[in-house]
Design a protein around this ligand. Sequence first.
Ligand code: DGL
Length: 267
Amino acid sequence: MIDTRPIGMFDSGVGGLTVLKEVRKQNPKENIIYLGDTKRFPYGSKSKESIIELTKKGIDFLLEKNVKAIVIACGTATSQALEEMQKQYPLPIIGIMDSTVQYIKKKKTLRQIGVIATTGTIRSKGWENKLHRQIPEANILNKACPLLAPMAEEGWTENKIAKLTVQEYLKEFQNIDCLILGCTHYPLFKKCIQEELGEKVEIINTGEKLAKDMKKILKTQQIQNESNHQGNYEIYLTDTETNFISVASKLLKDKEIEQKIKKADLE
Ligand code: DGL
């Protein structure tokens, strides 16, 4: 199938780019339109009602761009708005949780599970409920880390402050087999986190797991792009007065990223 329509992806800021990066790695021919709602960042401290409203606006914007599927590349929006969105819209909408839950379920050595995410995600009990439903014997330790996403937006992911903050947040995570990075901003701290927990703990980047499933979903839905061209991506931001460009160009190793960024209006 040669369906050149883009995949739409959405987050409050740079975090979802960690998902975009993995999706592009696994699906290099796909075109992607990314929306970062930088004007309303952070999502992690907002109510469920606000998250549903903002997610709807994001999806409506992406639909106008003629996307064939949507990835909610945000843990906060996945945990609180995904089910509602899947009921309301006819196209495939994928969140960041299911692929990771299935991965852990299959890997029987991972039963002491740590989850770090935003305050909203932890409050929603989204990970706990999904993991317990699929893996009743799992022990889950949760922690909200509200400072990490703003630090990631600032590009503070490998400095002293990042190390100390990660250390403080993770001090209770002594006996876990794996740690789910339940907010898509957190893979930016992977180096610090791995150093803190040691090599024995598997750090799970949800984008990586989602990207593999994405391939299957596109194929099953018969909307994959099997053309001979490399896929492209475009980024829309609701506010451009941010550090987004420098963090994004470093993460995606793209020096020309500025030309791919446009202003979006969700009103
Ligand atoms: N990247 C987001 C998440 O995965 C949102 C962080 C925020 O806006 O607070 O939860």
